[in-house]
Design a protein around this ligand. Structure first.
Ligand code: OGA
Ligand code: MN
Length: 296
């Protein structure tokens, strides 16, 4: 099998590619992993169909791309966890494989995934890549949408670009969840989710291109009054998530989708909450806090 990659949408050659000629379960060569990383630098989102993976195979593949993150971002207690700390549980299931009740606190927290975000932007060193494997999908709905934040940057007015470049935002899951009315965080969670500072504009290492770095977690801009910062970030989010910048992924069973969190945002779409949706995510950490990375 030879690896080949093409743009999913012929009218959008720089965002969202489809990979064929690779069987991830069998392990990929260093050369194929390097070709995939190069394609990631270009497309930012890659789709692999028909990848029947278990967690160990998914993890092994993910390790080609850097150090791995632990799944510390959710609110499930250790004894409630269904999957190991190496895997983010992006499902609506409890430990016994039963669908969570509509008002289950874990489900309500996880609904935050329906807001545009970049994974782990609430951590000081955020994530580089996320890899999401569709183990069971609902009969309808539950798409994942991806927004191209380099294209969004390119389309900003130069004066606005100049204003954005030096800004540092504060990202916290407490803020993103509060916009959905989810506010009952324990004291321990409030400490765990203390805000992390992130540059608003980043230079993407692999492509050299500039990118907006936004997420629903961004609730403040350092040195700005909060309402002004939030209004400003809302405007930027509205700009960056116009349909022309968005690829909507319609899942097939056994798809693996990987994306570059440094230059994309994504969000889950609604589905029938009584049906099973079981997705497993591995997450590759970035190399350093964004404030230690090259300024825009
Ligand atoms: C994630 C995520 C969206 C989805 O895995 O990080 O936000 O559609 N997933 O499940
Ligand atoms: Mn996510």
């Amino acid at each position: 099998m030879t690896l080949s990659i093409r743009a999913i949408d012929a009218n959008r050659q720089n965002f969202a590619g489809e990979v064929s000629g690779v069987n991830i379960a069998q392990g990929v060569s260093a050369a194929d992993a390097a070709a995939i990383e190069k394609a990631m630098d270009h497309y930012a989102v890659l789709v692999f169909h028909d990848q029947h993976l278990d967690d160990a195979q998914q993890y092994t593949f993910s390790q080609h791309f850097g150090p791995m993150e632990k799944a510390t971002g959710d609110i499930a207690q250790a004894e409630q966890r269904r999957l190991s700390m190496d895997i983010n549980d992006i499902s609506n299931l409890d430990k016994d494989g039963k669908v969570l009740a509509r008002d289950d606190r874990r489900r309500l927290f996880n609904l935050g995934n329906q807001l545009w975000h970049s994974d782990s932007s609430f951590k000081t060193t955020p994530s580089k890549y996320s890899l999401l494997s569709a183990r069971t999908i609902p009969s309808a709905g539950g798409n994942t949408e991806f927004a191209d934040m380099r294209a969004a940057w390119d389309a900003l007015e130069p004066a606005l670009q100049d204003e954005c470049k030096p800004l540092i935002c504060e990202h916290s899951q407490i803020f993103s969840r509060s916009t959905l009315g989810f506010t009952d965080f324990t004291e321990e969670e409030q400490i765990k989710y203390a805000p992390a500072p992130q540059r608003l504009v980043r230079r993407h290492t692999g492509s050299g291109r500039l990118s907006l770095y936004l997420a629903s977690h961004a609730g403040a801009i350092q040195g700005w009054p909060v309402p002004e910062a939030r209004a400003y970030l809302r405007d930027l989010n509205e700009h960056a998530t116009q349909r022309k910048f968005v690829y909507a992924h319609v899942w097939r069973q056994d798809d693996l989708v990987m994306w570059d969190n440094r230059c994309t945002m994504h969000r889950a779409r609604r589905y029938n909450h009584t049906q099973v949706r079981d997705m497993h995510r591995t997450t590759v950490a970035d190399s350093a806090p964004t404030l230690q990375q090259m300024a825009a």
